[in-house]
Design a protein around this ligand. Structure first.
Ligand code: ADP
Ligand code: MG
Length: 266
């Protein structure tokens, strides 16, 4: 199927200044095409999560505009929520429910019909290979199973665009491969994927286009081949190292950082 040329995400001069004064995102502009597999890379503290959260209206933007499938996020939040699924770093799973129960609840929250909910649950649990544990408490799941369940849950309402914030962080290579496979399959079926990751090799293989962010700005954007050519690098990791600085000092001292590694150390 030929790829659409329609922009499904349109971001213009998007800026976030957190209370306290940190300018996490500094006038960022880019577009993502319908059906595209788009990757967002950058060092810790670059502003990736903040950007992604503003795209789905989970964090309020300070200025600039975001359109999702033509709808301005702050003006038409309901239309946006219908169209997006998200599996975020911050989202926790309910500990005292089974996977099936949670999916049923989410289906009802999105006003799906009971038959549709049932159909989606069986389709999605199959997709992420969790059918056998559908009736077990999610609190008993391993890290990899939780990520896969989180992915299934984010898809219950058949979103057009899937937002994933570090979907494979903290997983072993095997669990990681499984998740990447599922995401690739969703994209193959036509879903637009917007993801942040630290895994360069996978990003290089999976993403059609990549934006690299550093200190709140997009420092370079293009297809993996374009980026390697432009920055005279043999792989994406080299592009990354050439275009970004280290933010380590920064993340150590910021009390409000949303990175889970930083929070876990507190
Ligand atoms: P990334 O996802 O690329 O690691 P973030 O978007 O989490 O980056 O963070 C960008 C910057 O904004 C960092 O300096 C971080 O410490 C800061 N930040 C993130 N969340 C908050 C918050 N809730 N309040 C204040 N500052 C924040
Ligand atoms: Mg982040």
């Amino acid at each position: 199927m030929p790829k659409s040329t329609k922009s499904i995400i349109e971001v213009k001069n998007l800026t976030k200044v957190y209370p306290g004064g940190t300018k996490a995102v500094d006038s960022v502009s880019f577009q993502v095409r319908e059906g595209e597999f788009f990757g967002f890379l950058g060092p810790n503290g670059a502003g990736k999560s903040t950007t992604m959260n503003m795209l789905v209206n989970l964090v309020k933007k300070t200025s600039g505009s975001v359109k999702i499938d033509g709808f301005e996020v702050t003006e038409h939040a309901d239309e946006v929520y219908k169209r997006v699924g998200f599996a975020m770093q911050e989202v926790g799973l309910d500990e005292v429910a089974t996977a099936r129960e949670m999916m049923e609840l989410h289906g009802r929250l999105y006003h799906l019909q009971p038959a549709e909910i049932k159909e989606q649950i069986s389709k999605l649990l199959k997709l992420v290979e969790l059918e056998k544990v559908a009736d077990k408490f999610t609190s008993t799941y391993s890290g990899g199973m939780r990520r896969r369940f989180d992915l299934a849950l984010s898809l219950i309402h058949k979103p057009k665009i899937l937002f994933l914030d570090e979907p494979t962080q903290g997983l072993d290579p095997h669990a990681r491969q499984l998740i990447w496979g599922h995401i690739r399959e969703l994209n193959r079926q036509g879903m637009t994927i917007f993801l942040t990751t630290h895994f360069m090799e996978e990003a290089e293989q999976l993403c059609e286009r990549i934006a690299i962010m550093d200190k709140g700005k997009i420092v370079t954007i293009g297809t993996p081949d374009e980026l390697k050519k432009k920055h005279q690098s043999k792989n994406l990791e080299e592009v990354f190292l050439k275009t970004t600085g280290s933010n380590l000092a920064n993340e150590e001292v910021n009390e409000n950082a949303s990175d889970p590694y930083i929070r876990a150390r507190r």
